[in-house]
Design a protein around this ligand. Structure first.
Ligand code: PEP
Ligand code: MN
Length: 309
């Protein structure tokens, strides 16, 4: 079984866990003294395994989530789904509702994209993950998707966290781009407190002074989260780097650091992508990465069973 890193008794994270559990957390204001407890190993010593339509996230097996940043057309998505499945990915991702920095950028096909995702699942056999951004998209996505993603911009949107939790669907919770470990766990606690224990934490890169990457993939947080929480932890080296040339190395480093899986943006033709093409692997790069991850897995006591049809 994968083991979580142990800290010495004096380790600050041990203190953090103890303080959080007893409501003595140093970040807690008096009125917030309930802090969090459901996400902690104290509450649940065994690793949580999140089930996504028969795919387990967490535990011994590594999980690979792959697909385009955005669903652009039935043709594009179907090609991506078939390529992801052929390389052994476990879950198919694709954005239907895109939160873009510019109001003029492609913002997704909405419900039409959800229908394409359903069809791609039928053809490829891969369960689907898609981002929700508001109440309407939660209701629409819950009718089609197997896992709902909360993006970095919405990690602090507690109303949305509760709405997504209420669907009972597994939740892929991305870390806010400036969120501390403590804030990240509090966001997860919202979902658990709403009665949904099926949460996967995703480190997707944080804002730093790096001038050569879009974000900095904070691999430190992977063993730190595994130590303090029973929830599965994956990384997203695509947004974490913003550069397809750096994605494979950081995906491999994530697995070495103890992540339970990776989320990889993969596009049939990255040069033509309507969003995040510069950080998307092409199908061949993706195939190579998955086969490298499968070779690394046993070295860190994990297995990567290639799935798909
Ligand atoms: C995405 O997964 O395409 C996405 C928008 O992610 P993030 O919220 O991490 O930027
Ligand atoms: Mn993206």
């Amino acid at each position: 079984m994968p083991h979580s890193p142990k800290s010495r008794l004096t380790d600050p994270l041990t203190d953090l866990q103890a303080q959080a559990a007893t409501g003595q957390h140093y970040h807690s204001s008096p009125e917030g003294s309930l802090a969090y407890h459901r996400v902690l190993r104290r509450a649940h010593t065994a690793d949580t395994i999140v089930g996504v339509r028969g795919v387990a996230v967490g535990g011994q097996e590594l999980t690979v989530i792959a697909g385009p940043c955005a669903v652009e057309s039935a043709h594009q998505l179907m090609a991506a789904a078939e390529q992801a499945a052929a390389s052994g990915a476990h879950l198919l991702r694709g954005g239907a509702f895109k939160l873009r920095t510019s109001p003029y950028a492609f913002s997704g096909l909405g419900e039409a994209a959800l229908k394409m995702l359903s069809e791609a699942r039928r053809v490829s056999g891969l369960p689907i993950v898609t981002e929700v951004v508001d109440e309407e998209s939660v209701l629409l996505a819950a009718a089609h998707a197997d896992m709902l993603q909360i993006g970095t911009r919405n990690m602090h949107n507690y109303v949305l966290l509760k709405q997504a939790a209420a669907t009972g669907k597994p939740i892929l919770l991305k870390r806010g781009m400036s969120a501390t470990l403590d804030e990240f766990l509090h966001a997860a606690e919202y979902i658990l407190a709403a009665g949904n224990s099926q949460v996967v934490l995703c480190e997707r890169g944080i804002r730093t002074f790096s001038d050569f990457t879009r974000n900095t993939l904070d691999l430190n947080i992977v063993p730190a989260l595994k130590q303090i929480s029973h929830l599965p932890v994956i990384t997203d080296p695509s947004h974490g780097t913003g550069r397809s040339d750096l994605v494979p190395a950081m995906a491999k480093a994530s697995i070495a650091a103890g992540a339970d899986g990776v989320l990889i943006e993969m596009h049939p033709d990255p040069a033509k992508a309507l969003s995040d093409g510069y950080q998307s692997l092409d199908p061949e790069e993706f195939r190579e990465l998955v086969s490298d991850l499968a070779r690394i897995a046993p070295i860190v006591g994990r297995t990567l069973t290639l799935r798909g049809r």
